[in-house]
Design a protein around this ligand. Structure first.
Ligand SMILES: [Zn+2]
Length: 437
C-alpha cells in the first residue's frame, strides 16, 4: 500500500472531526435506527454500483434486477452473493468505475486465504473512514491519546506513519525474527501493540516474567489467526494488560473487535454483516459471513462472502454499545509447519512469506499453494503468470530456503491448477506431516 500524500493527509485531518463524531455516535443508536441508516447507505451504494461498475451491472441485470428495485431488506437479500474469485477475475477494469485513476486510489494487495492474489482499491474518503474506525477500535481497549505510541507487527506498513505527528505508528514486518521484535518493543515502548497471536506467544516466551509487566503496554490487539479466550486471558495475565481480538479483512476492512466487557462487536457503521446457510438463506446459528462495506465507492463490496464462518446476535453489553455481537468465529485456521527441530512456523508467518513474493513479483504468479510434504520437504506449487521466469523462481527458492531450517529441502513445481481439498476449498498452506498427540 502506498503512503498517503500531503493532500490526502490534509483531507483526513479535515474530515477527522466530522467522521469521528459519526463513528462515536453510531454504536449507541437503536437497532431500528441503525437498520434504517444502513438500508439508506446500501441503496445509494447499490445504485452507484449498478450504474457505474461493469461487474455489478452485468451481475444484477443477469439476476433480473432493475434500478429502483431495491426498497426493502427483502429486495437486498435477492441480490447475488459475490465471491473472491469474481473479484479476482474482474479486477481492475470491471470492478472499478470507468475513469477512476488507479494512481489516485489506495490499493491493498493480499494473498488472501485461498492462495489467489487479491487487490482491493479504496477511495480517499473511504480510507479516511477506515483509519478513524481503526482509531475507535483501539479506543475500545484503552484511552488512546495522541502521544501514545502504536507498534504493529504486520505484512506491510499502513499508508501513514502518524497524523501530523500525532498517534505515531511504528511498523515491524511479520517476517522479523522474534528477538528483533522484542528489541523494538524495548526501544519504542508502545502503549499499544498489534500483532498475530502466534507472535505474541513467542514474544511472551522471549521476555523475562518480571519485565513483561513493565514494558508500558496498555493494551494488546491480536488479529488474523485464531486464538481462544483462554489463551488471551493467559497472555493478559503475562503482560498485565488486556489482550483483545480483532477481525478485519482487506475486502471489508474493519469487521468486528472485542470490547473490555467481553463482547465481540460488529462494526455496523462500517459493514452490514449477514450470516447465510449453504443455500444463501439467513441463518440464526453458525453460517457463512457475508458483508457489505458501506463506504468504499471506488470498488464496492456488496454481499461479499468472506471465507469464514460465524454467528451474530443482538446483545446488551456493559460497555454501552448497541452493535450486535459476533458470538462465534471460525475459519481463520490455516495449517502451520513443523520444522525438524520441533520449531513451529505459524500459518500467519507462512502466509506473509508468500505475500512477500506476491508483492515483489506482481506479474509472475497467478495462484500458489505451499505444501509441507514431509518433515524435511516443502514444495511450492505455482500457477505461473506472464512475468514468471527462471530468475524469479530461483529468487523465491533462495528466500524460502533461508526461512526454513537448513536440512529442509525446498522445491518449486509449476502446475496448471493448484490442488483443492475434498470439499473443493483451496488452502494456500497445507501441512501433510502427521503429528502425534
Ligand atoms: Zn461491549
Amino acid at each position: 500500500m502506498r503512503n498517503l500524500n500531503l493532500s490526502e493527509l490534509s483531507g483526513l485531518a479535515i474530515g477527522l472531526g466530522r467522521t469521528y463524531r459519526m463513528l462515536e455516535k453510531m454504536p449507541r443508536v437503536s437497532r431500528d435506527e441503525m437498520l434504517a441508516w444502513q438500508l439508506g447507505k446500501i441503496r445509494n451504494l447499490v445504485q452507484h454500483a449498478y450504474l457505474k461498475i461493469p461487474f455489478y451491472k452485468a451481475l444484477y441485470s443477469g439476476a433480473g434486477f432493475q434500478l429502483g428495485d431495491l426498497k426493502t431488506w427483502e429486495d437486498f437479500r435477492r441480490l447475488p452473493v459475490v465471491k473472491k474469485d469474481d473479484v479476482v477475475a474482474n479486477y481492475p477494469e470491471r470492478m472499478l468505475e470507468a475513469g477512476y485513476d488507479l494512481d489516485r486510489l489506495i490499493v491493498s494487495r493480499s494473498s488472501g486465504s485461498s492462495g489467489k492474489v487479491l487487490d482491493i482499491a479504496y477511495d480517499q474518503r473511504a480510507m479516511s473512514t477506515f483509519i478513524l474506525a481503526g482509531l475507535r477500535l483501539y479506543r475500545m481497549g484503552f484511552r488512546y491519546l495522541p502521544w501514545h505510541k502504536h507498534l504493529y507487527v504486520y505484512t506491510s506498513p499502513y499508508p501513514l506513519s502518524s497524523l501530523f505527528g500525532l498517534y505515531p505508528l511504528h511498523f515491524v514486518s511479520t517476517l522479523t525474527p522474534i528477538p528483533e521484535i522484542v528489541s523494538a518493543l524495548r526501544r519504542v515502548r508502545p502503549a499499544l501493540l498489534v500483532c498475530y497471536p502466534s507472535h505474541l506467544r513467542q514474544i511472551a516466551a522471549a521476555i523475562p516474567d518480571k519485565e513483561r509487566n513493565s514494558l508500558g503496554l496498555k493494551v494488546i490487539s491480536v488479529n488474523s489467526e485464531m486464538s481462544t479466550q483462554l489463551e488471551r486471558d493467559e497472555l493478559k495475565r503475562q503482560f498485565g494488560c488486556p489482550v483483545l481480538d480483532e477481525y478485519s479483512s482487506e475486502e471489508l476492512t474493519r469487521i468486528a473487535a472485542q470490547c473490555l466487557s467481553g463482547s465481540y462487536h460488529i462494526f455496523e457503521d462500517i459493514n452490514y454483516m449477514e450470516v447465510l446457510d449453504d443455500s444463501g438463506k439467513p441463518v440464526d446459528g453458525l453460517g457463512v459471513l457475508v458483508g457489505t462495506n458501506l463506504h468504499n465507492y471506488a470498488m464496492p463490496m456488496i454481499r461479499y462472502q468472506q471465507n469464514d464462518l460465524g454467528s451474530i446476535h443482538e446483545s446488551k453489553c456493559g460497555c454501552g454499545w448497541r452493535f450486535r455481537s459476533l458470538t462465534q468465529l471460525e475459519g481463520r485456521r490455516n495449517d502451520s509447519f513443523i520444522m525438524p527441530s520441533g520449531k513451529v512456523l505459524s500459518s500467519g508467518f507462512l502466509l506473509d512469506a508468500t505475500y512477500e513474493f506476491l508483492l515483489n513479483y506482481r506479474t509472475a504468479i497467478r495462484e500458489f499453494c505451499l505444501i509441507q510434504e514431509s518433515c524435511g520437504s516443502v514444495t511450492l506449487q505455482i500457477v505461473p503468470d506472464s512475468g514468471w521466469s527462471n530468475e524469479v523462481s530461483s529468487k523465491i527458492a533462495q528466500r524460502f530456503r533461508n526461512l526454513l531450517e537448513a536440512d529442509v529441502s525446498f522445491q518449486i513445481t509449476v502446475v496448471e491448477a493448484c490442488e483443492k481439498t475434498k470439499s473443493g476449498k483451496q488452502n494456500p498452506i497445507v501441512c501433510r506431516v502427521k503429528t502425534v498427540g
